[in-house]
Design a protein around this ligand. Sequence first.
Ligand code: GDG
Length: 476
Amino acid sequence: MTQADFVVVANRLPVDHVTHASGEDGWRRSPGGLVTALEPVMRDTEGAWVGWAGRADLDVEPFEFEGTHLVPIRLSAEEVENYYEGFSNDTIWPLYHDVIAAPRYRRVWWESYVRVNRRFAEAAADAAADGGTVWVQDYQLQLVPQMLRDLRPDLTIGYFHHIPFPAYGLYSQLPWRRQVLDGLLGADVIGFQRVADAGNFARAVRRVHHYNTKATGITVPQADGTSRSALAKAFPISIDAESYVELARRPDIQARAAEIRESLGNPKKILLGVDRLDYTKGIRHRIKAFGELLEDGRINVGDVTLVQVASPSRERVESYVTLRDEIELSVGRINGEFDTMDHTAIRYLHQSYPREEMVALYLAADVMLVTALRDGMNLVAKEYVAARSDNRGVLVLSEFAGAADELASAVRINPHDIGGMKDAIVRAIEMPTAEQGRRMRALRRKVLENDVAKWSQSFLDALEVARRSKRAQVSA
Ligand code: GDG
């Protein structure tokens, strides 16, 4: 069996299973930041990627795809329900996003989570070469680091947490809080989006285990009486900024942006929201604020249009079904009340679009609304900024999104404060172009300097430091 020096373990493989028109099955690279970020590393190291192919009961042998060794993990329909939709998306997701929706704690889900995490850990242990490096991704796989360390103490293990890590007062609800911390502490480097997330994690470790933590270092006692150290630190993720700059420069995409404006009846201002349809994104709050502005007469249909792309997500989880109903009810009410024959108040799109269309939307939008109630980072905010080489447009950004730490020149809002959000939207609509330019230039500097390649490099550098110190200990 081929073994790789560098292995990525993620819930999903970087490819989608597709059936071509000819009826033949095949694989297509799935679009996404993580895939792009790791592509150069995977190519240079001839790495391996362990993950689920996205379909239940699919049995596939490991295979090569564009220079990467892919190791598919099989999940039964029941495991998709319990490990993925249940524990990952109906327990951990709401709990870690500050209980915006009520987390459900079900023992069968937890048992499935443990079993599936073990399967990922075993596959990673088989795929990694002696003394290799493994990078585990995200909240679906929090137990993998320690399981993998038990199987393969020779490996250097990293873990990156893409979503928030909550304050202990909330985290402590988790019936398996100790097991999850132990799972994560199996990593040598544990990466978070924000400094606050790393802090919450360290505090949870202190409260549950009374381990010593100092700045970003955690001392983890071992069964044999020795101890080792783990690094828990912020590594804010980013986007492939240059690719957005390039797309935004394309004449066909600029023409499409003009066409979008035209098709909306050339309103003076277009506001835009782009989110997975998820209760963490504050879509309802945004729509409420917009509806009230129309009611108050502070804005008028015809002058201002809100375009809301809500791409379909987790459609089998109950809270997502309810959320969709609620959003569509309020959009229908607002449009019913305020639309004219020529203009619509909210152009609501429950669809997914190609990246080119997203960039055209970014170019067409005068104001980008990112009103998340809680968000690990929020890449949409960074994509909007990267696309605006014209230094125009205003980013309205929730302070509860990780991106707010870096993007200080955005118009910051607290999405729970509907009155404050309404004022911020009006301010953004009326912002003079000179101020737009000043703010956008500052935002662009941040996003272009800190792109996703830099993110992965800094995480891998930290892992390399861990690997060297481990070697030094072994040879001492
Ligand atoms: C998680 C964390 C963290 C959306 N609709 C379409 C589409 N998208 C793309 C966006 C963006 C991505 O999906 C969404 O990324 P976000 O960061 O905004 O949010 P999550 O999906 O919740 O991601 C988040 C992230 O992980 C990375 O660590 O930032 O906090 O929750 O790239 O453009 N793309 C296309 N069509 C769509 O309709 N092509």
